[in-house]
Design a binder for this molecule. Structure first.
Ligand code: C5P
Length: 223
């Protein structure tokens, strides 16, 4: 049969990436980090000196970089024009500018089309895939049999993200997350939205292994 699709949305630091990768590993599924695609596109815009706050300039250039995502959850990879940018896309410059690029409709159209192709390929090859982002349950794969919206308290999210980026300034991290959440939730095109048909999972008091186990159980129930 066709492979399963597990769609996961949520704000920054809600545990989406770790959860998605853990579930994909546990059930031998492919993995797609759509945030990394917006980050890769942003990295290319900055590298090519394109003003990311000029929506027309971003729109005119979206088709130029070739962004390729690896699908192995144990070793996620992302290349732009053949160059490995996995480290650069987590840097401060990209993180600060990614919400501006992801608000441009032409950027979303292009990346959503690619994301749907990756999902269809996985299904056709009976592989199954875990996809995470901001608009997966609402726009990219609303027909997915498993749809999740991950949340966590602002404090918990800031703690986790601070650990990831190895900073002790949790307050600054929390402010940065709040800024990005606001931009991502209030933009005109495909904002981060929680819908009634996605299962909400508050991960605040849970360990990563507990969250992964819950999602695996949900996935096993629909298979
Ligand atoms: O998930 P991550 O924090 O890496 O996402 C980076 C940014 O990419 C988000 O802040 C958001 O602006 C954008 N994004 C998006 N739609 C997605 C995934 C990410 O707009 N599906």
């Amino acid at each position: 049969g066709k492979g399963i699709v597990i769609a996961i949305d949520g704000p920054s630091g809600s545990g989406k990436s770790s959860t998605a990768r853990g579930v994909a590993k546990a059930r031998d599924l492919r993995y797609l980090d759509t945030g990394a695609m917006y980050r890769a596109l942003t990295w290319w815009m900055l590298d090519n000196k394109i003003d990311v706050n000029d929506a027309a300039a971003v729109a005119a250039n979206v088709g130029r970089p070739v962004i390729v995502m690896g699908s192995d959850p144990s070793a996620p990879s992302v290349t732009v024009d053949g160059r490995d940018v996995a480290a650069e896309i987590r840097g401060r410059e990209v993180t600060t500018n990614v919400s501006a690029v992801s608000a441009v409709p032409e950027a979303r159209e292009l990346l959503v089309r690619t994301q749907r192709e990756v999902i269809e390929a996985a299904r056709d090859e009976s592989a199954g895939i875990v996809v995470e982002g901001r608009d997966i349950t609402t726009v990219v794969a609303p027909e997915a049999p498993v749809k999740l919206f991950l949340t966590a308290s602002a404090e918990a999210r800031a703690q986790r993200r601070s650990k990831e980026v190895r900073t002790v300034d949790v307050a600054a991290t929390q402010a940065d997350l709040a800024r990005r959440d606001k931009l991502d939730s209030s933009r005109e095109h495909s904002p981060l939205t929680q819908t009634a048909d996605a299962t909400e999972l508050d991960t605040t008091g849970l360990t990563l292994d507990e969250v992964i186990a819950l999602v695996v159980k949900l996935a096993d129930e629909v298979r």
